[in-house]
Design a protein around this ligand. Structure first.
Ligand code: SAM
Length: 395
């Protein structure tokens, strides 16, 4: 195994995203939020993966029984890193551990032993103290721990009877996501705020292993244009957006204009037009990704009969949309839709019934190997309306 991937708040989405883009054969689920891969670290581009928050390069794996002597392999890894990168000035060092049962004082003791030994080799080390078993993303960034010549975070992750030793390679750029999410000139709380990270995951599930440079992506429910924006930043040459409401079309156009002033997208083709997803004939596209209409926003769990009333028109809209789409796409065209699912009192989710008629409508639902379709739900703990990610291909 060469790479270690840390999944975000909803690990199932991260697993699905990785499997879609890199293939199940390259992934080994370790536990909780950790996945290992036989692909080299450079294969992973964190800027395009919405549900993966950190990647590290696996350097060594030692049996759990050798835990007491772990300072030897760690000293070796660090010493080699310092020499390979010709480090001559003061260097920041941190250790984060996951599931190996080392408390913060044991970790601190370990780092101090390493500091002492590395000093003998002529290196000047500054230790980043452990307030917890793992240091925070902010500490990694502020102490330059992903800059090979300035610092290093060693990550220790329990894997059954062994410990993986890895070097942090990249952290998700939270500030960049926040900047493009909150600085967009047109936002609409009612239509909902699709987080840019989730937009990326939806796009990745739709694109799969196809080269992004060949993707002409359609979002028929574009709203304020978050998905279009992320598709452009990921490098799709053509993005097509449509929305029933003219106001939303203006919002999307305004947001994309703003984006184009900040990032150069001059080579990319952008079409945004008003259109009803149940009847529009869209311009040429070869991939579909959308957060569809989620229905009435809810802040409390509705009564059963009221919920039925809410769901019925939303379900019908989806059915008509899927019928309209089916006649416009070639067999094999891949689609990812974030559709609504509603939380009930026993913490289960009610799904759109149209999802049981997909075969009749001309679609195959893609079943992933490493995660079940029913677990592809995105929601915050207080949310009633979740987004269910549905991956389809045209039959
Ligand atoms: C959940 S929002 C999508 C928000 C979007 N992802 C964004 O980035 O802002 C759903 C959108 O679907 C649009 N919509 C509702 N019914 C539609 C229809 N029949 N055809 C096209 N768009 C529709 C709404 O106007 C709304 O903007």
């Amino acid at each position: 195994m060469k790479s270690l991937l840390f999944l975000g708040r909803q690990p199932n989405l991260g697993i699905a995203e990785l499997e879609s883009v890199y293939g199940a054969d390259h992934l080994t689920f370790i536990w909780d939020r950790f996945v290992a891969s036989d692909l080299p670290i450079e294969s992973f581009n964190l800027n395009r993966l919405g549900s993966v928050v950190k990647i590290a390069e696996i350097i060594d794996e030692i049996p759990l029984s050798q835990m007491k002597e772990i300072d030897f392999p760690l000293a070796e890894v660090t010493s080699k890193h310092l020499k390979d990168n010709a480090v001559s000035s003061k260097f920041n060092l941190a250790i984060s551990s996951y599931g190996i049962g080392m408390n913060t004082s044991e970790l601190t003791r370990l780092t101090l032993t390493m500091k002492k030994n590395l000093k003998k080799e002529g290196f000047s080390i500054r230790i980043i103290p452990n307030k917890h078993e793992a240091i925070s993303t902010a500490q990694v960034i502020h102490n330059n721990l992903t800059d090979n010549t300035k610092g290093l975070e060693i990550v220790l992750v329990r894997k059954k009877d062994s410990i993986l030793i890895a070097k942090t390679y990249q952290e998700q750029d939270i500030e960049a996501y926040t900047a493009r999410d909150q600085a967009r000139p047109f936002r609409d709380a009612f239509v909902g705020m699709l987080p840019p990270k989730l937009a990326q995951t939806i796009i990745n599930l739709a694109v799969g292993q196809t080269d992004l440079k060949t993707i002409e992506i359609l979002d028929p429910f574009c709203g304020t244009g978050v998905l279009l924006q992320e598709a452009l930043l990921m490098g799709c040459p053509t993005v097509i957006g449509a929305d029933l409401e003219e106001r939303m079309v203006d919002f999307s156009r305004g947001n994309i204009d703003w984006l184009e002033n900040k990032f150069d997208g001059s080579e990319q083709s952008i079409i945004i037009e008003q259109g009803d997803a149940t009847s529009t004939n869209w311009q040429k596209f070869n991939c579909v990704a959308a957060e569809t209409y989620l229905g009435k926003p809810l802040s409390t769990i509705p009564r059963k009969d009221f919920l039925r009333e809410i769901i019925e028109p939303v379900n019908l809209l989806h059915k008509k949309f899927l019928k309209n789409l089916a006649v416009q796409i070639a067999s094999g065209t891949r689609i990812c839709l974030a559709v609504p699912a509603w939380r009930t009192e026993n913490n289960q989710f009610v799904h759109l019934s149209v999802l049981d008629q997909l075969a009749d409508l001309g679609y195959n639902r893609i079943a992933l190997e490493k995660v079940s379709s029913k677990d592809l739900l995105y929601f915050r703990p207080d949310q009633i309306v979740a987004r269910e990610l549905v991956i389809l291909t045209r039959k």
